[in-house]
Design a protein around this ligand. Structure first.
Ligand code: FAD
Length: 332
């Protein structure tokens, strides 16, 4: 077992973890990132980011390389291929972070293991998985790449409806597939969606009882195979892109025995100071309740968690303070 005591261990080296590490290591805290694969997280798989301030357009890998260099310059240690399997509070008050082959001890933890988009499982989904090739899981991120193009969107929840309305601002035509007769999204959103679809010359078509069984094309997406689950009929819908909004799965299985999770697996927290149910353990990014699931909000979460950490070190009783709204803003 490694004997060093870290000031903070950050679990997950995605944007949230790197944002946290930048602030923690600039505060001269002994900071360790434990990363299951290699730094970067989900954004590594995209070749065009256009909504991160300061960069008109940048690919995920280049942005992450800059972030990684920056945190290492300030002394953050990064261990790759280090999958965390559990957390344990020690009698000393310190926290043990357990990996497959090692364990580390720390005064505090920032959880940033992110989440993964739920896959459709249709043939072609993996092959065309990038905004350039046509399959996307994020309308907010990729809608502008489909300006004046035809797209298919899939899903029935709040995110699916909101993202489809967003897509309709850019695409020339959006065909929305929902596998049931009725949406499960909030009524107010569904009304907006239906009103949009029924408007004269609308570019939005809703197909109920419809599923996508394959995404097809030559090098990039050209059509979606759509099956009506009631009639059994199958049709090819021509499209340049398929947006899949069938949910997200937080990477939090390993935390089941340590911090409180929602039924869907998101880490419960107070959204003002990002405290979890375990004293000394903060959370940041896509894995938490209320996350906006964007690059910039993940980074900002990491920063907020690292700043809250300082409050906790200054006064451990701070953890149980309930009146977060009365707390002084941190910062300069
Ligand atoms: C294809 C794609 C394109 C996107 N494009 C944009 C965009 O243009 N603009 C935008 O704002 N957002 C975009 N997003 C969303 C953005 O990438 C996420 O909101 C952001 O990455 C969330 O950061 P995070 O650090 O919370 O989690 P993640 O990025 O998911 O990072 C979590 C990290 O934790 C690691 N990890 C998980 N479990 C463990 C464990 N047990 N032990 C150790 N490490 C672990 C993972 O390997 C991963 O590296 C895109 C997402 C995708 C998938």
């Amino acid at each position: 077992m490694t004997q060093d005591v870290y000031d903070v261990i950050i679990i997950g080296g995605g944007p949230a973890g790197l944002g946290a590490a930048l602030y923690a290591s600039r505060d001269r805290y002994k900071t360790l990132i434990l990363e299951k694969y290699f730094p970067g997280g989900q954004i590594m798989t995209t070749d065009r980011i256009e909504n991160y301030p300061g960069f008109e357009s940048i690919d995920g890998a280049s942005l992450i390389m800059k972030m990684q260099n920056q945190v290492e310059t300030f002394g953050t240690e990064i261990k790759t291929s280090a999958e965390v399997t559990g957390l344990k509070k020690l009698d000393s008050g310190l926290i043990q972070v357990v990996c497959d082959e090692d364990a580390y001890v720390t005064r505090a933890v920032i959880l940033s293991p992110g989440s993964s988009y739920r896959k459709l499982g249709a043939p072609g989904e993996e092959e065309f998985r990038s905004a350039g090739a046509g399959v996307s899981y994020c309308g907010t991120c990729d809608a502008p790449f489909f300006r004046d193009k035809e797209v298919v969107s899939i899903g029935g929840g709040n995110t699916a409806v909101e993202e489809t309305l967003h897509l309709a601002k850019y695409a020339s035509k959006v065909t929305m597939l929902h596998r049931r007769e009725e949406f499960r999204a909030a009524r107010v959103l569904v009304e907006e969606l239906e009103a949009k679809a029924q408007a004269p010359d609308s570019n939005l078509v809703i197909r109920y009882n419809s599923v996508c069984t394959a995404i097809e094309g030559d090098g990039k997406c050209q059509s979606a195979k759509v099956k009506n689950v009631k009639t059994g009929t199958v049709e090819d819908v021509p499209c340049d892109g398929v947006f899949i909004f069938v949910g997200t799965v937080p990477n939090t299985d390993f935390l089941k025995d340590s911090v409180e999770l929602t039924e869907a697996g998101f880490i419960k927290c107070d959204t003002a100071r990002l405290r979890t149910s375990m004293p000394g353990v903060f959370v940041a990014g896509d894995c938490r309740t209320g996350a906006d699931m964007q690059l910039i909000t993940a980074v900002a979460d990491g920063v907020s968690a690292a700043m809250a950490l300082k409050e906790y070190y200054r006064d451990p009783n701070w953890w149980t303070a309930k009146e977060v709204e009365d707390m002084q803003p941190s910062g300069f």
